[in-house]
Structure formats: structure tokens, C-alpha cells
Design a protein around this ligand. Structure first.
Ligand code: KIV
Ligand code: NA
Length: 275
């Protein structure tokens, strides 16, 4: 299994870091078998798995439940789990307790927190307590209400400068990696160059030290409208829907089950049953 140290080495060697979200056992198992470097149990869980329209309703219990399933599927992969909305803002104690749940109950190796500002102190408290932290800046979905929508961040020199400064603060506070979401590629490149820790981009261009995407997005599973930064590598919707339709149609027509799907008993025993 790769460690935080290995991710740092990968950055130094200019070897790209691959990260993908996973929310359950089969997804984690397949991603591990495919050779992913790092898994993220994202609070995007709320949207792609639980059917909410944002990440806000996701609870620490939801996150622990799904992190456990991911852990069972990917025993040899570094697992990061998101601290959900409001689980790390109320107090240092609540942040530490929530992180402990993800690591001790869920089996995560690290947690991810959104935002700079006040959250910088939380990153410091978590790392001091032995919790490896991934910071997340740029478009931060938990604060979408404050940001005023899912929009590209850091497009002006002033806002880009602010994002760079926050990124440096995250590193200084002890974060071992930084996720940058939905920013211009030039800013993704600059921050990746300025930081020693690996920068994992999502909609941050090709110059970051690694990339992360949502599993459901890249295989087109349950999702229809996708952000510009997603590339679809497969079409699970099509495969699943076609299989469902065929199953329905074969049951209706009597084609399924066929003999090879059927159990049988001796003719003698059948006769005695009928008397
Ligand atoms: O929850 C999530 O899936 C994430 C990634 C998009 C970075 O935070
Ligand atoms: Na998230």
C-alpha cells in the first residue's frame, strides 16, 4: 500500500498520482484491481449514491458506513474519507471525534476537509493528533450556498493570489496533500509548482501532481448532466438499463429461466408427489 511518504516521492519524481472516488465494496475492489493509487470516499456520496441534491445532508454515520464498505473492498489501497458538512467547524473536539470515527470505525487512512480560513487551525489540530489530512480548496461543494453556485474559482488575479496563499497555509498547517477543484489550469500549475505537497486536481488542468474524479461520472453511472472537467470512459447506464430491459422482457415472454438455470428431481419422486 502506498503511504503519504510515497505520494510525496511521486510528486518529486513527476509521477502522476491517480485518485478516484468509491462508495462501496465492489467499486473499491475494482478500482484497487485496476491499480488506483488512492481512493476517496467523497461526500459526493450524497449525490451519486444517496440521491440528495447536494453534499449538505451527508452525516458522519453515512461516511463511516460507506468507508467501511470501501475498506473491505480495497484492503491494500490508501483510503481518504471526507469529513462531512459541519462535522469539523463547531469545535476542535468535534473535528477530532469525527476524524477518529472515519479512521477507527471506518478504516480510513486520512481525512479530507474543505476550505482555508478557520479550517487551517483544524488542519493543524488534526495533524497534531496524528490524523493525515488532505485539504480541499477552490470550488468547495460544502460551501456552495456561500459561493453562490458551482462556479469556476480563482479566475481573477486577486482571487487566484488568495487561493495560492490559502494553499500555502494548508501545507504549513500540516496537510499532506491538497485537492484543487474547478480552477483555471494556470492557477493549478502555479500552486502545484509552489507547494512541496502533492496537488490533486479536479477541473484544475493537467499540470497538477495528480487527478481525482467521481467514479459515477467517469463510467456514466446514474448521472446524466456532467461538469466540463469530466471525461466519460464508459457507459454503465447503458449496460445496466439494457440488461434490466432484457431481463424483464425474457421473464414476460417465458424465455427466462431456461433449462440451464433450473433444478430438477427424479421422475419417480415427482410421480409420488402427484399421488
Ligand atoms: O466528494 C468528492 O467526491 C470530492 C472530490 C470531487 C474531490 O470531494
Ligand atoms: Na467531497
Amino acid at each position: 500500500m502506498k503511504t503519504t511518504h510515497d505520494f510525496m516521492k511521486m510528486k518529486q519524481a513527476s509521477e502522476k498520482i491517480t485518485m478516484l472516488t468509491a462508495y462501496d465494496y465492489p467499486q473499491a475492489k475494482l478500482a484497487e484491481e485496476a491499480g488506483i493509487d488512492m481512493l476517496l470516499v467523497g461526500d459526493s456520496l450524497g449525490m451519486v449514491v444517496l440521491g440528495y441534491d447536494s453534499t449538505i445532508p451527508v452525516t458522519i454515520q453515512d461516511m463511516v458506513h460507506h468507508t467501511k464498505a470501501v475498506k473491505r473492498g480495497a484492503k491494500s489501497t490508501f483510503i481518504v474519507a471526507d469529513l462531512p458538512f459541519m462535522s469539523y467547524h463547531i469545535s476542535k473536539e468535534s473535528a477530532l471525534t469525527a476524524a477518529a470515527s472515519l479512521m477507527q470505525d471506518g478504516g480510513a487512512h486520512a481525512v479530507k476537509v474543505e476550505g482555508g480560513g478557520e479550517v487551517i487551525n483544524t488542519i493543524k489540530a488534526l495533524t497534531t493528533a496524528g490524523v493525515p489530512v488532505v485539504a480541499h480548496l477552490g470550488l468547495t461543494p460544502q460551501t456552495v450556498g456561500v459561493l453562490g453556485g458551482y462556479k469556476v474559482q480563482g479566475k481573477t488575479a486577486e482571487s487566484a493570489q488568495a487561493l495560492l496563499q490559502e494553499s500555502i497555509k494548508c501545507q504549513e498547517a500540516g496537510a499532506f496533500a491538497l485537492v484543487l477543484e474547478c480552477i483555471p489550469w494556470q492557477l493549478g500549475k502555479l500552486i502545484s509548482e509552489k507547494l512541496d505537497i502533492p496537488v490533486i486536481g479536479i477541473g484544475a488542468g493537467k499540470h497538477t501532481d495528480g487527478q481525482v474524479l467521481v467514479l459515477h461520472d467517469i463510467v456514466t453511472f446514474g448521472v446524466d448532466r456532467l461538469p466540463k472537467f469530466v471525461k466519460q470512459y464508459g457507459d454503465v447506464n447503458h449496460v445496466m438499463k439494457e440488461s434490466f430491459q432484457q431481463y424483464i422482457s425474457e421473464v414476460k415472454s417465458g424465455t427466462f429461466p431456461a433449462e440451464e438455470h433450473t433444478f430438477t428431481m427424479n421422475e419417480e419422486d415427482v410421480q409420488s408427489l402427484y399421488g
